[in-house]
Design a protein around this ligand. Sequence first.
Ligand SMILES: [Mg+2]
Length: 241
Amino acid sequence: MEAILFDFGGTLDTNGIHWSEKFWDLYELFGITVSKCQYEEAYRYSEKLIAERTKPGDDMWTMISNQIQFQFNYLRDSDYYKPNDLPVKDMISYCRWDILKQINRSKRVLQLLKSDYRLGLVSNFTGNLKAVVECLSIDEYFDVIADSHILNIPKPDPRIFMYALKKLKAAPENVFMIGDSYDRDIQPAKSIGCSTIWLDVKSWKTNESTTSADFIIRDLKEVPGIIFNKEKKHEQNTHVT
Ligand SMILES: [Mg+2]
């Protein structure tokens, strides 16, 4: 193995929980009494606005704050939810605490891998992925940061993976891709010859087939073990032959 690629959203920041589910948990925690359907409309609306309005320098906290605000604007304008006092600030603080807790766990995984492999990020993002990883102090781990908006190549287009591999000077057969989306991370990476680890915890949708996943995990912390084991087996096989 030469290099390891990671997805960002839903993978390094939430350990496999899709952001749609993450925000819904937040609503339940803060007693925001809307139905799941109403919430999902608001979530889709906020995703659309985030894609349109995010600026290159926006960090993680600006994005979270905008996203919550856009959702509440939608719920208010749709007459779904309109109390005078919304716990926006407290919700943002909670998200911050929760994300930093997970990022610290992800850092330990990146740290373990960094000494032996080149690492890359491949993400469907909004042109500000660099600012986001800088504010979380994980930029130093990555040799390439592929932001779909900047490259104008969204996953599942395999060319975004090929771009990252070229930057890392790595052949696909020597690369692992790790991500929480079977369709966007696992299938396209497998299609160009990478090995794949699917972080399957709480997905936005269910998948009928999972044959493109070489490994399925429930927690990012399983990643180093899988990669080191695969290397050990490879070494043993080359000794035998
Ligand atoms: Mg993801």
